[in-house]
Design a protein around this ligand. Structure first.
Ligand SMILES: [Zn+2]
Ligand SMILES: [Zn+2]
Length: 139
């Protein structure tokens, strides 16, 4: 049995693929549920309110936000920074603009790869001819 110290409470537990023990994992899920339920009832709540009402630390709530598990909808509740441009965002890792731009960049980065063989067509033809020559020889 693989015994480890829980990253959170330090208790020794049987490793099960998670860095924290089942008890802390349960706590975490419980906290998450509390936060989620509170936000469901109070969609306009600020992170301070949520923290005070649920007893869950602001840091933890920020983590849930970062993991896109919850969303705080209040307009000026921009607690996270876009990891690309630094613009304040409400949830996740990137702002909407960056998500769109990254998708564009990704498409742009993928496309040239498919176009490249056409540009280098002459050399490719040579190779094909050469292979054809070899094939002939082996017939
Ligand atoms: Zn623990
Ligand atoms: Zn951004």
């Amino acid at each position: 049995m693989d015994l480890r110290n829980c990253k959170k409470c330090g208790r020794v537990f049987a490793y099960n693929g998670s860095e924290i023990c089942s008890r802390c994992l349960g706590d975490d899920e419980g906290d998450f549920k509390k936060v989620k339920e509170y936000l469901y009832d109070n969609p306009g709540a600020t992170i301070v309110e949520v923290s005070e009402e649920t007893g869950v630390s602001e840091k933890k709530i920020l983590r849930y936000l970062r993991e896109s598990r919850i969303e705080i909808r209040e307009a000026d509740n921009l607690l996270l920074d876009c990891q690309r441009c630094g613009k304040p965002i409400q949830s996740g890792r990137f702002c909407d603009k960056c998500v769109v731009e990254m998708k564009k960049e990704f498409t742009a980065a993928v496309k040239p790869k498919y176009k490249q063989p056409k540009v280098k067509a002459p050399s490719k033809q040579n190779t094909q001819m050469y292979t054809a020559e070899i094939r002939k020889k082996y017939k």
